[in-house]
Ligand binder design. Structure first.
Ligand code: ADP
Length: 632
């Protein structure tokens, strides 16, 4: 199981610049803590690797004895015995190869598993702000590539470094025991060999790095153009010929670098083979002369040349050991970077559950600005590496309002006024910068996240469904919901008719790549999900823009069911909701400018009256009858 040239190549294609990187203090020790649980398999693995290297050296030594003690004295008994030993070694070697693979995959896959699950759980605990900043692509690649990179480099360092060091040492020792003169002679060529190996390693890694970038460039273009939204844009605006030409240019660069890399590799391989052959020729020449003179046995000569063949491969990969080790450590470091992100919204030790029974919501002098990228994310996970890392301005100023248990508070105001932001403070997607949000009298920062998720239900404007069956999507809110409960939630949400019409009913797969639902249908499913959860507080963003009048009525009924008897904070777009509201809060530029009930606010002739005249009344001329407009 000697070092294969291609294995040396693999380590050559790592990025050499990592060797110059400085690591965060403690990274090495931290990596070792991950290896800790695998201490026993690691020891067993190393033992197997060392044993295997010993076997590699044993065969040429047996060849020497076979020639010197068997062939030359014409003792076929010795020849047969020794060749049986070589056969036994072959069997043992095969077994050891499998065993060492088994150990290294147990260690490697175990390590991946540990890191992966830890990173996944940790990322999900991050506040929503993290996800709005981080690019999903780089996040997923961190989860996949870096975790796998860390593992691969870990096991390859473990096996290659150890087995190569042991092999080189044993081969040199064995050669020296046979003939120290010839050993010294063949080692003279080692520097001649190592210098080009290092240079070539550096060149190949630069090329490999560039190849990765070019590949990513090409891939990004493809994913961007192949998703529905991108493809649509290309169809509507794109010039197909231009798209083709641009793609062809990127693909062309990938082709060119591929050719360059394989040319460099073959030159390197040629040099490697050439130097090794030169050393062999030297052993043949000098050793042959010594054999003729009788100072060296024929068996020794054969053994030396066989050993020499096992020297240069391991030496090549050892010339790049530093790069290997650093690659491993840097991958680990990138994973640690994610693990070290402290979630901004976290549960305080000693947090309590919300009290049972109806809950009121109160905001006391709440101010808010969105966290800066530095507070929530990693620069390396974002596409914009510079700029935009500073905090934005305040979005909400000194907001106080109260929804007593069972009350409906409607938020209205021009777009960008801060309505959505305010609702995300109520569900604690963010914490306020100043002031307090209370539910059931408790500061949200003192409440357990589990009870908050249990008691506060949210329906967003763009209701999201996972790529899964309708049943699974609904049960996401309450895993123990029975089919009967799901049915009645669907009925209350005015969507059971549609589900019944679907060929597979509750088992129909929905979501991005599943059965296509309209915006209104999705929202009604989201309402059914909310009803299953039966929260005491509802935070809801009404979306009416894209609904036809039929689903408008259905959504209205569904909303009524969702809000009935619960404390509700609703971003209201329809007059019927607003008229029902116990309190209308009019927001403008992050401030409460008016509060009151519909008639009061109309009478006072302020912003609400303006909005009413423009925003709500424009639908009067629209294509569908706005049910509440008759009061206007
Ligand atoms: P509304 O719901 O009333 O239309 P929003 O609450 O969505 O208003 O937005 C209020 C302000 O906050 C806007 O100026 C918007 O640009 C800003 N904003 C919204 N979301 C974010 C975010 N994730 N990061 C930074 N600023 C944001």
């Amino acid at each position: 199981m000697g070092m294969q040239p291609w294995m040396a190549m693999r380590s050559m294609s790592r990025d050499a610049s990592v060797a110059e990187k400085t690591l965060a203090p403690g990274t090495r020790r931290r990596v070792l803590t991950y290896a800790g649980p695998y201490r026993r398999p690691i020891i067993a693995f190393l033992a197997v690797v060392v044993l295997d290297s010993v076997l590699v050296v044993a065969v040429p030594l047996l060849l020497k004895r076979l020639v010197d003690d068997g062939v030359i004295p014409k003792d076929s008994g010795v020849v047969v015995r020794l060749s049986l030993v070589v056969a036994a070694i072959a069997v043992l070697d095969a077994i050891l190869t499998v065993v060492s693979r088994w150990y290294s995959s147990r260690i490697g896959e175990g390590l991946i598993n540990d890191l992966r699950t830890e990173v996944f759980a940790h990322v999900l605990r991050q506040p929503i702000a993290f996800f709005t900043r981080a690019q999903t692509g780089s996040l997923v690649s961190r989860l996949n590539n870096d975790v796998i990179g860390a593992q691969q480099a870990f096991t390859s360092v473990l096996s290659n470094v150890v087995s190569n060091v042991v092999s080189v040492a044993l081969v040199i020792a064995a050669m020296a025991s046979l003939s120290w003169q010839l050993t010294l002679g063949s080692l003279v060529l080692v520097p001649v060999f190592l210098i080009p190996a290092r240079l070539m390693g550096r060149r190949l890694s630069t090329l490999a790095h560039r190849q990765m970038t070019l590949n990513a460039d090409m891939g990004t273009r493809m994913t961007e153009r192949f998703n529905v939204a991108g493809a649509l844009l290309v169809k509507l605006f794109g010039v197909p010929a231009r798209e083709e030409a641009e793609y062809a240019e990127r693909a062309g660069r990938v082709r060119d670098i591929g050719i360059q890399i394989s040319l460099n590799r073959s030159i390197f391989m040629a040099v490697l083979t050439f130097v090794a052959a030169l050393a062999t020729a030297m052993v043949y020449g000098f050793g042959g002369v010594m054999a003729v003179a009788g100072t060296l046995s024929v068996g020794t000569l054969l053994a030396l040349s066989a050993l020499l063949a096992r020297l240069y491969g391991p030496l090549t990969s050892l010339s790049n050991v530093r790069v290997d080790i650093m690659t491993a450590l840097v991958s680990f470091e990138r994973v640690f970077e994610v693990l070290d992100l402290q979630p901004l919204v976290a549960e305080r030790p000693g947090a309590v559950d919300l009290p049972p029974g109806p809950l009121g919501v109160r905001l006391e002098h709440v101010a808010f600005r969105y966290p800066s990228a530095d507070e929530v994310s990693l620069a390396s996970l974002e596409s914009t590496s510079s700029g935009d890392r500073k905090a934005g301005g305040p979005v909400l100023h000194d907001i106080s309002l109260e929804a007593r248990p069972g009350q409906l508070v409607a938020l209205v105001g021009p777009s960008g006024a801060g309505k959505t932001t305010l609702t995300s403070l109520v569900s604690r997607l963010y914490d306020p910068t100043e002031g307090t949000v209370r539910i059931g009298g408790l500061d949200l920062r003192d409440v357990t996240l589990a009870s908050l998720r249990d008691r506060v239900g949210v329906v967003t404007q763009e209701a999201h469904l996972f790529h899964d069956t309708i049943r699974a999507n609904l049960r996401y809110a309450r895993p123990d919901a029975t089919d009967a409960e799901i049915r009645s939630a669907l009925e209350a949400a005015q969507i059971s008719g549609l589900v019944d019409e679907l060929p597979e009913g509750l088992d129909t797969v929905v979501g991005d790549r599943g059965h296509r639902l309209s915006g209104g249908e999705k929202q009604r499913l989201a309402i059914a999900r909310l009803l299953l959860k039966a929260p005491d507080v509802v935070v809801l963003d009404e979306a009416t823009a894209h609904l036809d009048s039929e689903s408008e009525v259905a959504v209205q009924r569904a909303l009524d069911a969702a809000l009935a008897g619960r404390t509700s904070i609703v971003i209201a777009h329809r007059l019927s909701t607003i008229r029902q509201a116990d309190l209308i809060v009019v927001l403008e530029k992050g401030r409460v400018v008016e509060t009151g009930r519909h008639e009061e606010l109309l009478a006072s002739g302020g912003l609400y009256a303006d909005l009413h005249a423009t925003q709500f009344a424009t639908t009067k001329n629209g294509s569908h009858a706005e049910p509440a407009l008759d009061i206007a």
